[in-house]
Design a protein around this ligand. Structure first.
Ligand code: GCW
Length: 714
């Protein structure tokens, strides 16, 4: 009996050891297996000097000690002074001054939030120093150092000095107070409002750790489709509890402000931003918030967009609205982030043009503590969009980037799509605002103009699923956002490499194959869903899956025929001078590269042009043939992804391997679904046969049109 129990125990124990549920994200801190490397690491980290007793330095020390202990299977000995080789010293420059004098140049380069990591000799002993101007810098430096170990880098001659490129490194949660998450595919909201503030879920701290590990320092807890209840005293106490915890990881909390709150909860007859009583209401509200949360970040506002209230309800401008809120938070050093995602029902103008038309006349009219948050493209987080024309058109306005991590239009919760290539593509785009080289990156970080604030936000994909993001690979997009907010130049390959090593495995074979899958994944989904500049072909409402046939909706620009404009002559949205002329919102040099269908980059062809079905493409194929080629190739590539993943079984724990295997099968089926739906539907216009060699869709267009998803998440 005893023996059986023992065998059973062993079996069980083994399974626990190897089970992975994704909860630890990229902070798994697995023991170093390579013995040479392990002893090398141990020789460099045997003792730890870590002065400082603030809450943030406590977070850093705890992380450093637990991470090192887990990876090296040996706890560094706490020390007060350097007595031996292998002493790790972590602390702000002033705290470690007596032990090591940090150079003024280094400190200058590190700035307020950056850090320095150096291999140094102290009393002839080999040491490593992690230091900074602030505790926050030390926290970021500690995570960076842990990442070096997690990714198995050499640490014998470290010379790192780095500072974040952006000030606001931010997540936007579209989380409702009832815990549903708009466009969320990873369960319910991470915020258990009902149980806060007394019950503090362990997840809150782990969320904060994950953010701090990649330098994210701000979070907006609530949906931009805002609910005023969050501003009631009862809810503000809940927010304060989260803010108190997040502060210990260097994170500031923001909330969304419902513009009509003074009416809805304040009992005022109006929310007119020029009304003194309204202004006073917001001032009082701000004072109340800052009493509870002294470092409150400020407000994020979606106004006069998709039914949200705003200043235009009172014939005022976006600037009037933003400035009124900005004045309310200014005495507390608060910020107002005002979204440029606006388009009106009444204006029959191409939706692409509306934000520009609305905002460009307001250039220079916003307060210093207002940032205009602009989505990467002018429509709405499509799998590919040309950069938003506003980035090239508001030289006197601080604009920050809004990317979407949650894959609303990129396969939602079922698809493996790594978004860093999409992010980089936008950041590298040249607006030509101040001549060649005026990239979106430079607009964002303020190197083209002087500005007080800058930032980048990602609409999160986080929920209460055990692994936070639903799809095991979706975590990579959260990670990528953080890395890019720190340094917009990090290339997607490096981001994937780091993330994979920390999240899955450091095996070279695994890395090479999986990196390839990740780096190609966005191209693959583009090909089988919305190739060549096609966009907005999704199901009405849920946005899940293909429905290019949608021609009825609450508003024309919520239909899909509005965007693809397929007819017997061809397909695509003519946005050139002979069409909507959205292209006219870009600099002449940019226009030039896109305005001629013969020379326009084919990835944007149908975004800007209505093209005849028989148009000759660069490949020599006609447009119709090319469309089929793209759809079929995309689906075929998905099959290859499945095959490649299948070969990686030995490198991945059982649970996650099977999870990804199943998800890839779902994604493959979706690829076929996209391909067949789109090819069959567009064929009703082109009236051309699917080229020889491609298997014919096994279902009819009617079948695809009949599919319904009444309970699709998000
Ligand atoms: O992407 C669209 C979404 C809406 C969202 C809106 C926005 C929060 O479909 O769900 O609302 O954009 O960004 O405001």
């Amino acid at each position: 009996m005893k023996k059986i129990f023992f065998v059973f125990f062993l079996f069980f124990y083994n399974n626990i050891l190897h089970a992975e549920n994704g909860y630890d994200l990229w902070l798994r801190y697995l023991p170093v297996e390579n013995q040479l490397l392990l002893s090398e690491y141990r020789s460099h980290i045997s003792a730890l000097i870590f002065p400082g007793n603030t809450a943030i330095s406590g977070s850093a020390r705890e992380e450093l000690v637990s991470g090192i202990t887990a990876m090296l299977k040996k706890k560094p000995v706490p020390a007060e002074s350097v007595l031996s080789n292998g002493t790790l010293i972590a602390g702000t420059a002033s705290r470690i001054e007596k032990i090591y004098k940090v150079s003024a140049d280094d400190l200058k380069a590190a700035g307020e939030e950056g850090f320095i990591i150096r291999s140094v000799l102290i009393n002839n002993r080999k040491c490593i120093v992690i230091t900074a101007n602030s505790d926050k810098g030390v926290l970021y430096g500690s995570f960076y150092f842990l990442r070096l170990l997690q990714t198995r880098q050499a640490i014998n001659s470290l010379k790192v000095v780095t500072a974040p490129q952006l000030q606001l490194r931010m997540l936007n949660h579209w989380d409702n107070l009832n815990r549903t998450v708009e466009r969320g595919y990873a369960g319910f909201s991470n915020w258990n409002w009902h149980m806060l503030p007394t019950y503090m879920d362990k997840r809150y701290r782990d969320y904060a750790r994950a953010n701090a590990s990649v330098g994210i320092n701000s979070t907006v807890l609530t949906n931009v489709n805002a609910n005023a209840t969050i501003l009631t005293p009862e809810y503000l106490r809940k927010v304060a509890a989260l803010a108190d915890l997040f502060r210990t990881y260097g994170i500031r909390v923001f909330l969304t402000a419902r513009f009509s709150a003074p009416v809805e909860m304040g009992g005022l007859p109006t929310a007119d931003p020029l009304d003194p009583a309204v202004q006073q209401w917001w001032k009082n509200k701000a004072d109340e918030i800052y009493k509870l949360i002294p470092d409150f970040g400020g407000f994020l506002v979606k106004a006069n967009s998709e039914g949200q209230p705003g200043p235009q309800n009172y014939n005022r401008t976006h600037a009037d609205g933003a400035n009124m809120l900005a004045d309310a938070v200014a005495p507390h050093k608060g910020i107002v982030i005002w979204r440029a995602f606006v388009y009106s029902n009444e204006v029959p103008e191409d939706r692409h043009k509306q934000a520009y038309n609305e905002f460009v006349p307001l250039d220079g009219k916003f307060r210093q503590n207002v940032l205009i948050q602009v989505k990467n493209g002018a429509i709405d987080f499509m799998p590919r969009e040309p950069f938003h024309p506003l980035f090239g058109a508001m030289p006197k306005t601080q604009m920050m980037m809004e990317f979407q991590l949650t894959q609303e239009y990129l396969g939602q919760g079922t698809s493996l799509v790594f978004l860093a290539p999409l992010f980089r593509e936008t950041l590298e785009s040249d607006t030509w605002r101040n001549g060649k080289g005026s990239t979106v990156e430079k607009v964002i970080d303020g190197s083209l103009q002087t500005q007080t604030f800058n930032g980048m936000a990602g609409v999160t994909n986080i929920g209460n699923d055990i692994n936070w993001c639903g799809h095991p690979f979706a975590q990579a997009n959260w990670y990528a956002l953080g890395r890019l907010t720190w340094d917009m130049k990090v290339i997607p390959e490096q981001i994937a490499d780091e993330w994979l090593k920390m999240t899955f495995s450091v095996e070279e074979k695994f890395l090479a194959a999986t990196k390839k899958i990740m780096l190609e994944s966005r191209d693959v989904i583009l090909q089988y869903s919305m190739p060549m500049g096609l966009h907005h072909l999704i199901t009405y409402g849920s946005h899940y899956g293909p429905a290019p046939w949608v021609d009825k909706g609450a508003r024309p620009d919520w239909t899909n025929v509005y965007y693809h404009k397929a007819d017997s002559a061809g397909i695509g949205f003519n946005r050139t001078a002979s069409g909507s002329n959205a292209i006219g919102q870009y600099a002449p040099e940019v226009q030039q590269s896109w305005s001629n269908p013969e020379t326009c980059d084919e990835k944007y062809l149908l975004w800007f042009h209505h093209i005849s079905w028989t148009h000759k493409m660069k490949s020599g194929r006609t447009l119709w043939e090319e469309l089929c080629y793209q759809y079929y190739t995309g689906a075929e590539r998905m099959k290859n992804v499945q095959n490649e993943w299948a070969k990686l079984k030995i490198y991945v724990d059982k649970d996650r391997f099977e999870q990804v295997t199943m998800l890839l099968q779902v994604q493959y089926e979706e690829a076929i679904w996209w391909r067949n739906s789109c090819v069959l539907y567009f064929q009703t216009f082109s009236k051309m046969a699917i080229p020889a060699g491609y298997e014919k869709p096994d279902k009819t267009l009617e079948y695809y049109k009949s599919l319904k998803f009444p309970f699709a998440p998000g």
